[in-house]
Design a protein around this ligand. Structure first.
Ligand code: HH2
Length: 292
């Protein structure tokens, strides 16, 4: 493997424009901490349903060094059943209300629903993290543009309920990259500024274990898209598949995958275990800077 920064893309400075501030995406890859307020998320479902517990978790992730927090009220694990906007709002709104003024880092909302995104923006959220890349509701792209928010556009084939049924690709990297290029184009057409778009290959979303590894090993090929990359590999099943480990024993594999992603150009990594990743990524950065 080439050393840190040698792909060029990891050194490329990006600025991500949020609603209230600009985030420099240079140097160390940024850490997005995951806050799942769901009964059924694949690794931490049911743990943060109590808003006070969720608030404690958010403050802990921030104190461990999270640069961003991603709040979600619907599990998107393979086979997950969709929930209504009403139920999603019932889960996330009390938490967003508590976090307002108490959390210093920007928040993103992990949703595909217009009503949830809209209410989240009303409560100070700065980024929409949309696993359907603005594909589930035609109004949502305009909402992001109007709000001056940033957006994460992720690749997924189908929907979580069915996405693992057909994982055939001729060239997974090329197909995911083409899909993301189209999604970024549509976002720009809807009026979302170029400095507000982040792209994500969607690890685990309609890909089998070897395709996820191929995406990771060829991540530098996404640099040509010209937008910062976010990668979410934390605790995912392809890591468990490789190591033969259950979900609660995938931390070391997750860190390994995140380090590879950062070296190959990811500017944001979405993780459950913030402190461990933050420290590992500091090493990636420090080693990269020692290059002549
Ligand atoms: N992965 C998950 C959820 N949201 N968003 C982006 N942009 N990228 C990802 O890889 C991604 C995501 C799945 O992880 P988690 O939130 O922990 O699980 P669940 O969907 O079961 O709540």
């Amino acid at each position: 493997m080439r050393s840190a920064g040698s792909s060029g893309s990891s050194r490329r400075p990006f600025e991500l424009k949020l609603r209230s501030r600009v985030m420099a995406l240079e140097g160390r890859a940024r850490v997005m901490g995951v806050l799942n307020i769901t009964p059924d998320s694949f690794s931490d479902g049911g743990r943060y349903l109590d808003p006070a517990e969720a608030e404690r978790r958010a403050l802990r992730l921030e104190s461990e060094g999270a640069d961003l927090l991603d709040v979600g009220g619907e599990s998107t694990r393979p086979g997950a059943r969709p929930v209504s906007a009403r139920e999603e709002l019932r889960r996330v709104l009390p938490v967003l209300k508590r976090l307002k003024g108490r959390i210093g880092v920007p928040l993103s909302i992990d949703t595909t629903k217009y009503d949830v995104a809209s209410a989240a923006f009303d409560h100070g959220v700065e980024i929409l993290n949309d696993i359907t890349a603005l594909g589930s509701d035609r109004r949502i792209a305009r909402l992001v543009a109007r709000m001056g928010a940033a957006v994460v556009l992720m690749h997924m084939r189908g929907r979580p309920k069915t996405m693992q049924l057909d994982t055939r690709y001729t060239d997974v990297v090329r197909e995911v990259r083409d899909h993301l290029r189209g999604a970024a184009h549509r976002a720009l057409e809807a009026g979302i500024g170029t400095g507000r778009i982040v792209l994500d290959p969607g690890f685990g979303f309609g890909k089998d274990a070897s395709q996820n590894l191929e995406l990771l090993s060829r991540l530098e090929e996404f640099a040509t898209l010209g937008h910062p990359l976010l990668v979410g590999v934390s605790r995912k099943s392809f890591i468990g598949h490789l190591l033969g480990e259950p979900v609660d024993r995938r931390l070391h594999g997750s860190i390994g995958a995140a380090v590879v992603a950062a070296i190959k150009g990811a500017r944001i990594v979405r993780v459950h275990d913030v402190l461990a990743h933050r420290q590992a990524l500091a090493l990636v950065e420090a080693a990269g800077e020692r290059r002549p």
